[in-house]
Design a binder for this molecule. Sequence first.
Ligand SMILES: [Zn+2]
Length: 248
Amino acid sequence: MYLNVVKSFIRMRTLKGFLERAHVHPINMVKLQWLGHAAWLVEFSKTRMVIDPFLTNNPKAAMKESDLNNIDYVLVTHTHFDHVGDAYAISKRTGAKIVGMFELSQGGEKEGLGEDHFIGMNKGSQTRFGDVSIGLTAAVHSGNESGFVVTGDGKTIYHAGDTALFGDMKYIGELYKPDVALLPTGGFYTMGPKEAAVAAGLIKAKYTIPMHYGTFPGIDSDPEEFRKLAGNVTQVKILKPGDVFQIP
Ligand SMILES: [Zn+2]
């Protein structure tokens, strides 16, 4: 009798340990694919999303709009063409919900999209959608600008959108502890390598990937310069459009 109680206690402890470990170290890897410019395909175990899907007329696009299937959410950081991009077309074709600032959800009628295609939010916190959490952050730019913090499968990604350097990036880092920060480094419209390196030091993500460079004239800064300046505060990963980064 006593032995059975001990045995079942050990089984329970083992199961509990297993579940905790499974939670802390999920088997499913989170995949980030750079589609060029500020566009990303993010694949969690059960949820697929694209961020700023500017593919049509993007000279650096890694795929066509029609190549994207089974998309649950389209996250849009602001209203500029190089970020809204193909968001409406993807939503129309796949039924994916467009997530962004509230005002972004108001233009849908002209695109023939009903209210049910939009999740109009605002900056300040994260909200759970199924197995992922999505939140809008501040950004310093124009066009109803925001950044995104997305968490799923135990990994957190901070997509800064288009932004200048701002001090509250420190709190985004402290609060959400991003595994990966995606930062614009192209300059002209956003931070350049020098400013983005200071941002990376505030955010302190394990990995930082530069984006929003090399697409158009004027934003052709060298990502290696960013690596040189930020390499001591974060692991800088430089991708080519189409490359996949699996968050370890
Ligand atoms: Zn932009």
